[in-house]
Design a protein around this ligand. Structure first.
Ligand SMILES: NC(=O)c1ccc[n+]([C@@H]2O[C@H](COP(=O)([O-])OP(=O)(O)OC[C@H]3O[C@@H](n4cnc5c(N)ncnc54)[C@H](O)[C@@H]3O)[C@@H](O)[C@H]2O)c1
Ligand SMILES: O=C(O)C(=O)C[C@]1(C(=O)O)C=C[C@@H](O)C=C1
Length: 368
């Protein structure tokens, strides 16, 4: 049965939080006539129905027997439980099931176990975009714009269904996925939470810690606000790879500790130079990875009345996607205006206008 025929079927999304709701919005953007069944807690479903994210609330899993495609967007342990439960139902012939979990090895082993010999196609999925926010109220149709969407295998129907997310599909083996995400996602979340807890301990004798933290600390710790249930599930689902990253990081810290103890100026300088070059050449800075997902211009602004309106007036003929003010604790700079554009051309035009009309420091995509 092709997607077109499946599309006449109902799509079921289990878990209408940040990811499930954002996926639903993306599906509807491209396929407004798809009928989406939603399963979640009652209050979440009420919001999702009211917001047009789903078309029908369900509170029984066996309604899945009506669906041609089922998408799981709940924490990993719940995903595993649902896979088990779904395998016991009389699902549609050739039903397509996919998940969004932040790990893949455990999920794919489960799929092999419970759907073996059944008329089910299970494709592991993982959108490499998200937020520290959670829940249906955090839903964002643009969440996956320009982000990678990992699949464990190519599937035309699924990719067509999800085409409205405007993500880039990439096929990755489950084990490799869990190794890579342990480095760029799972371990960073541990670091962020450790850093804020270490700082909280230190603040007991140094209360100014809670006041003097600036943009660097803010950037490093945003994800410490992420959902504890989700991240507990992630760590328990990928323990070996994550423990390996922790051990490796301990060695990194030991190395730099030794250079500091030896006051090895050259080695310390190379340490930071190396980090700078690596970060500048990572895809995330080019808007090709998940974040910042668009083309971002950073304008350092003085603490002057009306300065932001003045900048936006200059850009009134350019399409702006998002504006953010990042506070800075620097003496001469009140903050940094982060202006996001959909295209590099818009960013370049905006940069030219601001540099022509002001003497503000401007940085953008072009800066390698
Ligand atoms: N948050 C991110 O940045 C991100 C990014 C990519 C993938 N993911 C993955 O997406 C999945 C969902 O994460 P999220 O960020 O949307 O979390 P979330 O907390 O925003 O949403 C989870 C939703 O699932 C519901 N839920 C939980 N247990 C349930 C159950 N047993 N039955 C029905 N509904 C249940 C919750 O009520 C909530 O609405 C997770 O597997 C996570 O690993 C998260
Ligand atoms: O953007 C964020 O806040 C995220 O944490 C998203 C993020 C990550 O980058 O680690 C979190 C979990 C996912 O599985 C994928 C992406």
């Amino acid at each position: 049965m092709s997607f077109k025929e499946k599309k006449l079927e109902k799509i079921m999304i289990i878990g209408l939080g940040l990811i499930g709701s954002s996926v639903a919005l993306g599906i509807k953007r491209e396929h407004p006539d798809v009928h989406i069944l939603g399963l979640d807690r009652a209050e979440t479903l009420d919001i999702a129905l009211e917001a047009g994210i789903i078309d029908e609330k369900v509170n029984e899993l066996n309604v899945a027997e009506q669906a041609g495609i089922i998408l799981l967007a709940v924490p990993i342990q719940a995903t595993l439980d649902y896979m088990e439960a779904l395998s016991q139902l009389d699902l549609k012939k050739n039903v397509l099931i996919t998940d969004t979990s932040s790990t893949k090895t455990e999920i794919m082993l489960k799929a092999k176990e419970v759907f073996k010999g059944k008329n089910v196609t299970f494709v592991g999925g993982h959108p490499m975009a998200g937020s520290h926010k959670s829940g249906v109220l955090a839903a964002d149709v643009n969440l996956f714009e320009n982000a990678y969407y990992v699949l464990t295998e190519k599937n035309e129907d699924l990719q067509e269904l999800l085409s409205g997310l405007h993500a880039k599909f990439i096929i990755v083996e489950p084990k490799e996925h869990d190794q890579v995400t342990s480095q760029v996602s799972h371990f960073p979340h541990i670091l962020a939470s450790s850093l804020v807890q270490q700082s909280d301990d230190y603040a007991k004798n140094h209360p100014l810690v809670k006041h003097l933290a600036a943009g660097g600390f803010r950037d490093m710790t945003r994800i410490a606000e992420a959902d504890s249930i989700m991240w507990t599930s992630v760590l328990l689902s990928n323990p070996e790879e994550i423990l390996g990253r922790i051990e490796d990081f301990k060695q990194q810290l030991d190395t730099i500790s030794q250079k500091i103890s030896e006051k090895d100026e050259q080695a310390i300088k190379e340490f930071f130079e190396n980090g700078k070059i690596i970060r500048q050449h990572m895809e995330i800075l080019k808007g090709k990875g998940a974040i910042p997902s668009f083309y971002d211009l950073y304008v350092s602004i003085p603490d002057e009345k009306g300065v932001i309106l003045r900048i936006l007036a200059l850009l009134q003929d350019i399409s702006i996607v998002n504006i953010k003010i990042n506070e800075e604790n620097r003496e001469d700079i009140h903050g940094q205006l982060q202006i996001s554009f959909k295209t590099e051309k818009d960013l370049s035009r905006a940069r030219e206008m601001i540099e022509f009309a002001t003497d503000f420091e401007v940085e953008g995509e072009q800066d390698d």
